[in-house]
Design a protein around this ligand. Structure first.
Ligand SMILES: C[S@@+](CC[C@H](N)C(=O)[O-])C[C@H]1O[C@@H](n2cnc3c(N)ncnc32)[C@H](O)[C@@H]1O
Length: 152
């Protein structure tokens, strides 16, 4: 999945997220952003195209670091005033510290053994760990064709 077409480009990735999760995508991002205090430090693991930063956190003056295995996503963040680091979360090295450590819509990459990445997130968090994992998307749809979108 990591090397799939969906993750090859920031716009494609965002568009797919919107199709998969509909209104829930923006609501999730907004809800997470509301929990982040102005001016705080944020580590977003598996940050994807950094939509949380671009759309919701940039105006809050946060110190945002995004980690992702995808070089294009990370470089885009670095070009826009945040810090982006290429990082494979399957490697057991400690994560950079931050007040808030966030993972959104990505825990499934680490199942069924997600405890290693979650423990590193807890160790890195000075204030709070936020994990927002959708439990439903369009593949649960009653419309037969929608269930076969390439999401995993
Ligand atoms: C479904 S996207 C979610 C992106 C973003 N968190 C969001 O909610 O819009 C999953 C992201 O996890 C990244 N990813 C997958 N496996 C990874 C790994 N082992 N280490 C780091 N990032 C990984 C992918 O490159 C992709 O950007």
């Amino acid at each position: 999945m990591t090397g799939s077409l969906i993750y090859s480009n920031a716009s494609i990735c965002e568009a797919v997220m919107r199709v998969l999760y509909g209104r829930g995508y923006n609501e999730r991002l907004r809800s997470v952003a509301e929990l982040i205090a102005e001016g705080s430090s944020v580590l977003d693991v598996c940050c994807g195209p950094g939509t949380l930063f671009h759309r919701y956190l940039k105006t809050k003056g946060v110190h945002y670091t995004g980690l992702d295995i995808n070089r294009d996503f990370v470089e885009r963040l670095s070009a826009e005033g945040a810090t982006g680091l290429i990082w494979n979360l399957n490697e057991p090295r400690p994560l950079p510290r931050a007040e808030y450590v966030i993972m959104q819509g990505s825990l499934y990459h680490f199942l069924p053994e997600a405890s290693s990445v979650i423990e590193r997130m807890i160790t890195a968090a000075e204030k709070q760990v936020l994990i927002a994992e959708p439990i439903r998307n369009v593949t649960d749809s009653r419309f037969f064709c929608s269930r076969f979108l390439p999401v995993s």
